[in-house]
Write a protein that binds this ligand. Sequence first.
Ligand SMILES: [Mn+2]
Length: 318
Amino acid sequence: MNSLRERFRPPLDTFSGYPSKPLEESEFVIFGVPLDVTHTWMGGTKHGPEVIRYTSKNIESYSLAAGADIEEAKIHDLGDLRLPRALQKTLQSIRAATSEIRSMKKIPLILGGEHTIALGAAPLQIDRLAILQFDAHMDLRDHYEGRKVSHTTFMRRIAEKIDPQNIVQIGVRAISREERQFAEKAGILCVKASELSCSSTESIAERLNERLDSCEAVYLSIDIDVLDPAFAPAVGNPEAAGITPQHAIQLIRSLIDRRLVGVDLVEVSARRRLRGEPYFDADAIRTGVVASRILFETILALDQRAKPTARKIRRASE
Ligand SMILES: [Mn+2]
């Protein structure tokens, strides 16, 4: 356990602002990965974990939807992973930390950082693992700007290691022709952002749960750029016509259950760090506020799932 701690920088603020529960008693183990190396437009994801911790301690901690308070959730915040220089080493370090957390029967929850970290965090060795990805992008390019491993190719690498039919992508709207063809051929289930404005979240959740039913474990990866830039402007690659925070929260509440083996929330970025309060620019604060809310609702929704088999579609807007 000590060797696990040594790999992290203790956080200045803990996630949610409440003191961490002891590691042994916790259900979620949170850590940041301030990775910001393969960006193709705007950087700033190295500030992501700090933005999320800062906003999460300032928003209301009670959830109306869950009828519970994040203060009561069993969360331990390890701080930020110390990053080696090489990207492959970073991915190995994420893999080692997440498997250690999972071996303690706890759920790792990662604050990004760029999306590439999901390649290290998702337990791809698990048979019938599903990846539930909220994203404006598919990230399925074979390579990009000479890189085989980056924020825009990592899902292709994942699709080479698990059954692509167990990949579900929600909120997609910014893709290349190559990605579209690959996804269709591979049988990836894609819910376009536009579908969420004309179908109910209940009917979409039902369709997705049918696909997820045969899976043994689910890894949830949330790229905050899945939201419209009006809600989440501080991201590396903003794309118009995105989904709303309500859509994201309702779907997450309807889809997750005790098969969850990991969560990441990535791509929150900040252009600059300011002196004094507020610590970050207004776009970063706005993005952090919605990211923090989504994480609170995810954690509290899982707390309500009593049995591993409870996969009934739930009305999320109660
Ligand atoms: Mn994205």
